[in-house]
Design a protein around this ligand. Structure first.
Ligand code: UD1
Ligand code: UDP
Length: 373
């Protein structure tokens, strides 16, 4: 088996899809190891089906637990799987606990790691994702950056293309501006998604609602924070449709947060339904990395309920706005500003690649293998 992909959380299934299809097209054998970090049907199985991803070869069924316990359990179990299959390259995505565990397990077995979505930084070290991505980048041999900024951030940390290392697995770093595999996925599935007309199916008027997703620990965990955000959303004179992540659902229930009348909750959506809802939204209110980028790619104004973003390109021409400043939330104000954006006139540089990131990643890994393996 040549390559192993390690995935576990919703956005990773989406990032895997373009690469799995590219390897199938080139007849390169691979296996998929699913850690089981996400396990509900609508957080996992649905994505394999809708995006036509081959079934995982191994599902470790790790499930939910504290960060340390979850990462530790994954590390041990991924190591067993890798020892058995002995892939030539291990490929990990993004910044979840599954990413970190996969990169650690592989590097301890001296298997080269390829990191897709390398070089992103929030410089907020409280975020579990920031810890995961820094460690993963430093352990990786092949780093695929979605943006020019990500390339520069790696260079600031001494991670540069062509740098040589002694030992058997790091060898020579390959750092490539590949573009974003999420843009690949969006471009290839957008027609199919548009056919869904999901807003109409929910009885919403196209362009007459805002779409909401919130799941970051920094928004759900500090006491009172989620209640405050929901209160601000209730001030908006606009119907809101809120795709509820299981983490957020738990907190809403535990803290008995009542929802204002303009908010309608829906279950986590499939990818096609979600893209359809994003495309016809008046604006999108989110703390998701992937959703911020999709909003930009679809030219829908976005409000990010955070103090910083790993995707600063989206902020430049007003397509995205941060709703927190100096520790204070300004959700209502930022939504009003976002809705005033002139979508036809606002500049929109293409910053996430040309939809061929998976092809570039496949070419770079194959050429690295030809040189070193
Ligand atoms: C994880 C990632 C985050 C990513 C997000 C994508 C880490 C540290 N965080 O956050 O970077 O943005 O996935 O969605 O890896 N749960 C269910 N069913 C599921 C999955 C989770 O009920 O299928 C519930 C459990 O109560 C669990 C909670 O959601 O404790 C959080 O899940 P977890 O995977 O730990 O973190 P996410 O918030 O999903
Ligand atoms: N997504 C989805 N259904 C939903 C919410 C999100 O398909 O109900 C998709 C979304 O379109 C994007 C990805 O999931 O492609 C983003 O994942 P998520 O927000 O869970 O994580 P993040 O990107 O913040 O790590």
């Amino acid at each position: 088996m040549r390559w192993a992909f390690i995935v576990g959380a919703r956005p990773q299934f989406i990032k895997l899809a373009p690469l799995a299809h590219e390897l199938q097209r080139c007849r390169i054998p691979f296996q998929i190891i699913h850690t089981g970090q996400h396990y509900d049907d609508n957080m996992s199985r649905l994505f394999f089906e809708e995006l036509n991803i081959p079934r995982a070869d191994i599902n470790l069924n790790i499930g939910s637990m504290s960060h340390g316990a979850q990462t530790g359990e994954m590390l041990a179990r991924i190591e067993d799987s890798l020892k058995e299959k002995r892939p030539a390259i291990v490929c990990v995505f993004g910044d979840t606990n599954s990413t970190l565990a996969g990169a650690l397990a592989a590097s301890k077995l001296k298997i080269p790691v390829a990191h897709v979505e390398a070089g992103l930084r929030s410089y907020n070290f409280e975020m579990p994702e920031e810890q995961n991505r820094i460690v993963t980048d430093h352990l990786s041999t092949l780093l695929f950056c979605p943006t020019q900024k990500a390339m520069a951030q790696l260079s600031d940390e001494g991670i540069e293309d062509g740098k040589k290392y002694s030992g058997s697995y790091l060898r020579e770093r390959t750092v490539v501006l590949s573009g974003d595999v999420m843009a690949d996925a969006l471009f290839s599935f957008s027609l199919k998604a548009a056919e869904k007309r999901s807003a109409l199916a929910l009885g919403l008027e196209e362009d007459g609602y805002a779409l909401v997703t919130l799941h970051r620990a920094e928004n759900t965990d500090p006491p009172g924070r989620l209640r405050k955000i929901i209160h601000e959303l209730g001030e908006l004179q606009l119907p809101l449709v809120f795709s509820l992540h299981p983490r957020t659902e738990k907190v809403l229930r535990k803290e008995q947060i009542e929802l204002p009348e303009n908010i309608r909750i829906i279950e986590p959506q499939g990818y096609l339904e979600m893209i359809s809802l994003e495309r016809t939204a008046r604006c999108i209110i989110t703390d998701s990395g992937g959703v911020q980028k999709e909003a930009y790619l679809l030219k829908v104004p976005c409000i990010t309920v955070r103090a910083e973003t790993e995707w600063p390109e989206t902020l430049t021409h007003g397509w995205n706005r941060l709703a927190e400043r100096d520790g204070t939330l300004h959700v209502t104000e930022k939504v009003e500003e976002a809705m005033a954006l002139d979508r036809d006139k606002a500049q929109w540089p293409a910053c996430y690649g040309d939809g061929h990131a998976a092809e570039k990643i496949r070419e770079s890994i194959v050429s690295w293998e030809e040189r070193f393996l």
